[in-house]
Write a protein that binds this ligand. Structure first.
Ligand code: GLC
Ligand code: CA
Length: 532
């Protein structure tokens, strides 16, 4: 493997700053809070921290609505805190990447304030204005067009109406973005996660949005103007990209980005074509074949990012694992995920097996959840069905404050937090988990160590085994004559495996030490093992 491609071997940890750690006890997580927990991350084995947005923002979409790209929002701290964070991260031989939200800004960004004032403003074309709306829905629900009374024209927004889309066809706008990107890179940050970056090449008049006709052109320009020749890592959030295109962008002739996030495997609990709120039971076979496709597509050229959770996805234990077998299933999901080829991502709290939450609707803070509640009501959904979908899929599931210990507010803050703490914090928290021999965090540590010490995880090829088993996700990785088996059970019941056809000598790691390796082996619910 190319040694300069350090990002292929890096373990990435996503921090959602609002909910990680509050240092000044105003109920909101902040940069000094993050600095105070860097040792926690280092001990886990983290190499790269991805910070969700901390720029100045009215927080309509929790920072994914930026009002000033050059300033830190005062709720998080100051630019000096940011520089201190960077120094402290680098001191520990870790790196830091920031979130880059450049498909849209906040409606409070100075560009938009100027743009909306008058059709002749030099900033008018920084955004997308039309006399008539077209039939496009915003991703959060409702029309993607909002009429602005100041000039009596409509502006375009694929997300909330407080997140107007930027007009990437306008060269001065692109230049302003590149200047800003270079400013952050010159400050010493180690790269970016690029928010919904597959949308910047859209042609709204031709109704082409994700992976639009100009995507390659603009990505190339961004790469040439900002990324090229720098020792950084880039990961693009690209929900609308096909596997073939993902491979092209990360490994083909034009590797504009190091890797992308794809979403096929997180849409498997919804009725296809009906959006994320129409629930469906996960089919484990479909799940593993989705990963199989990605693993094969990216094995030669292209690179995968391995993730199950983030700030937009519900907690994976509650979603694809089992709250009843919480620790076992948290470890099982990590084992099958990080046994594959690609760069591993951990979302804050995943490493202690944090779970989803059920709250009365008034307690939800996420704008998507609040918006969909009304929309589904208007569509005539029954209250209990709406709430069942929200409990399962709301983004607030993963945004509740990090559970550090069993003190009030889970040790996140001494003040009532901006979003309710999960009531299970008394027993589920980092302090308890880390001192538990059976804890999730210690297992993550071992798993990370194991992954880093065997090249087979980076380089080996991937082949499913027990392919048609409805409750087993198992595969082998092979590299230079060596083979590793990775086994994960999604069953509430024991399963008996026939391993006669597979070479093996010992269990390198498992979530249940009472299970012994044998040709006919009975494994308990949510069992996971790496066998060599
Ligand atoms: C991305 C972010 C999400 C945000 C959206 C709009 O999908 O991950 O949190 O709401 O973009 O910026
Ligand atoms: Ca704070």
């Amino acid at each position: 493997m190319d040694q300069t491609a350090w990002w292929k071997r890096a373990i990435v940890y996503q921090i959602y700053p609002l909910s990680f750690k509050d240092s000044n006890h105003d109920g909101i997580g902040d940069l000094p809070g993050i600095i105070s927990e860097l040792d926690y991350l280092q001990k886990l084995g983290v190499d790269v921290i991805w910070l969700s947005p901390v720029y100045r923002s009215p927080m309509d979409d929790n920072g994914y609505d930026i009002a000033d790209y050059y300033q830190i929002d005062p709720i998080f701290g100051t630019l000096d805190d940011m520089k201190r964070l960077l120094t402290e991260v680098h001191k520990r031989k870790m790196r830091l990447i920031m979130d880059l939200v450049i498909n849209h800004t906040s409606d409070e960004h100075i560009w938009f304030k100027e743009s909306r004032k008058d059709v002749h403003s030099p900033y008018r074309d920084y955004y997308l204005w039309r006399k008539e709306p077209t039939a496009v829905d915003s991703i959060f629900g409702g029309s993607a067009w909002t009429l602005d009374p100041q000039t009596n024209m409509y502006y375009f927004h694929l997300f909330s109406k407080r997140q107007p889309d930027l007009n990437w066809h306008h060269q001065p706008l692109r230049q302003a973005i590149y200047d800003m990107v270079n400013w952050w890179l010159d400050l010493g940050i180690d790269g970016f996660r690029l928010d919904v970056i597959d949308l910047i090449g859209k042609d709204i008049d031709k109704m082409q949005f994700a992976d639009g006709p100009y995507l390659n052109t603009y990505l190339k320009e961004l790469y040439d103007t900002c990324f090229k020749g720098r020792d950084i890592m880039t990961v693009g959030e690209m929900p609308g990209l096909s596997i073939e295109r993902a491979r092209e962008i990360t490994g083909g002739k034009h590797p504009f980005l190091n890797m992308v996030f794809q979403f096929a495997h997180v849409g498997l609990d919804e009725v296809q074509g009906q959006g994320k709120w129409a629930l469906r039971q996960l089919d484990v076979n479909e799940f593993k074949h989705t990963f199989e496709k990605l693993q094969h597509a990216m094995h030669h050229g292209g690179w995968n990012s391995l993730f199950l959770s983030n700030h937009d996805q519900p907690r994976v234990v509650s979603r694809y694992g089992s709250e009843h077998y919480r620790k076992a299933s948290a470890k099982m999901l990590a084992t099958i995920l990080y046994g594959m080829q690609g760069t591993p991502y951990i979302y804050q709290g995943e490493e202690i097996g944090m779970t989803g939450i059920k709250m009365p609707i008034e307690n939800y803070r996420d704008l998507e959840t609040r918006q969909i509640y009304t929309i589904l009501q208007e569509k005539g959904w029954k209250e209990e069905d709406i709430m069942r979908s929200i409990y399962a899929k709301s983004r607030d599931n993963s945004r509740t404050p990090f559970q550090w210990n069993d003190h009030e507010y889970a040790g996140f803050s001494m003040h009532e937090p901006w979003l309710q703490v999960n009531p299970n914090y008394k027993t589920l928290n980092a302090e308890t988990d880390r001192s538990d021999r059976d804890g999730v965090y210690p297992y993550y540590q071992e798993l990370i160590k194991l992954r880093k010490s065997h090249r087979i995880f980076d380089e080996g090829d991937f082949q499913l085994i027990f392919e048609d088993h409805p409750k087993l996700f198992a595969y082998k990785r092979s590299y230079q004559g060596q083979t590793v088996l990775i086994i994960g059970s999604f069953s509430d019941l024991p399963i008996t495996l026939d391993l006669t056809d597979y070479p093996f000598s010992k269990i390198l790691l498992s979530n249940d030490h009472s299970v012994k390796l044998a040709q006919h082996m009975t494994i308990p619910p949510y069992y996971a093992a790496i066998i060599i």
